[in-house]
Design a protein around this ligand. Sequence first.
Ligand code: 5GP
Ligand code: ZN
Length: 107
Amino acid sequence: MSDCIFCKIADKQIPAAVVYEDGDMLCFKDIQPAAPVHLLLIPKKHIDSLAHVQAEDGGLMAKMMLKVPEIAEANGLTHGFKTQINTGKGGGQEVFHLHIHILGRPA
Ligand code: 5GP
Ligand code: ZN
């Protein structure tokens, strides 16, 4: 999606404070943090929202969910963290590229 801001971040066309990257996903700091640690984990593949995930994306979704605790701990959230996925306008989603918010306060 050429006009998607998170695709542009994944393509390095727009800078972001990246804390984790592999072939499938990217995690970076939220530009307007709502907590001392506020990260966004995105698939590199453009998916509009959680409501647009297809069965073929199941492996990717599992990889992302398994990576969340590792990323949280590596960013100081050793006592726990919150995750949030806003879905659709009614769910408060503003950027229509699937992302998992990871929020918390370092111990
Ligand atoms: P949503 O409401 O869609 O779940 O959350 C979108 C999040 O993306 C917001 O917390 C917002 O601060 C963050 N955000 C929007 N644009 C940018 C950007 O250009 N860079 C970064 N790092 N975060 C962004
Ligand atoms: Zn996108």
